[in-house]
Design a protein. Sequence first.
Length: 391
Amino acid sequence: MGFRLFRAAEDRPGEEKASAVGPLMAFRSFGRAVWSPRDTVSLTRNGYEQNVIGFRSVRMVAESAAAIPLVLTENGARMTDHPVLRLLERPNPGQGGRSFMECVYGHLQLSGNAYLEGAEHDQRGLPRELHCLRPDRMSVVPGPDGWPMAYDYAVGRQKHRFDMTGEIDPILHLKAFHPLDDHYGMSPLAAAAASIDVHNAAARWSKALLDNAARPSGAIVFTGKDGGGHLSEEQYQRLLRELEENHQGARNAGRPMLLEGGLDWRPMGYSPQDMEFLQTKNAAARDIALAFGVPPMLLGLPGDNTYSNYQEANRAFYRQTILPLVRKTANALAIWLGMGSGGTLALEPDQDAVPALSSEREALWRRVGSAGFLDEDEKRALLGLPKKAGK
């Protein structure tokens, strides 16, 4: 905060507007909020590596989505053994199917983009290996028509270009919706960036509070003789050293303080600003969870009464967040892997394998099974099952 004094000059231009307060004006400025950078690497470090709510939200979404098995149909027939299924079960020598898909879903949550590389294509055009590449190293090379004609993957000074002008695309680019970008998606982490900064600042404030005896600060008052006087420089420095060495930090919490004559300790309680700060931290945590589509109740956050119980919140989590994400990813995978197969492939999440949806699926099976006006094929179609073999 600063004040500047401006006095009117004697030789003002004639066209200057007159003001009663013109000879003396005070300017007051407030500090501006400092936000973290919004690039992918900075967002990942601040919102995933250093924030427990962001970390847990990303893990919940990625692990839950990767745990849902996919059902493959080719030309309308459900397949139990197929090269695509075997590829998704073991995409590369270093990863299993769930680990690979967890990487894909995690990158979508952190950067809004996921890049899948298909390597060593066979005669049918199906890749023998799939690899999930880091989005922060990938860049789109747009062609004259605006569509990507290549992707550049840079590691240090080395760069590899994936040509997208051939018959088979070597890269599958999965991206979240971004209304202001033609080539890159927008992640939930970017939408929650402001709340993450607030939550991280609150965590640092709590750490500083712990370093100061895990309680609000107080005041040591020196009265001296007859209620007056002041400490000498040597006494002042000695008192500071004693406080820092013996009374600060979590290990010294609750340790009694021995004061010499003339010194009086006056503790201070939480101010209304402190209490509001704690509420702001909880509100920021809920905002982060909501940006990822995770009901705050599943994270144990206080103040969330949106759902009546945990099971209802878990069902909403799968219905509104996990299943749409898996369907979108599976559909893009089916189109990409089916480019050289010659058939029509479709991948869908197996909802019967989701324990959180078991009660809903049981009710659906019961209603469809009791519908006497439907034949067997119609019932199987409503349940998402293929026709029986031979029909």
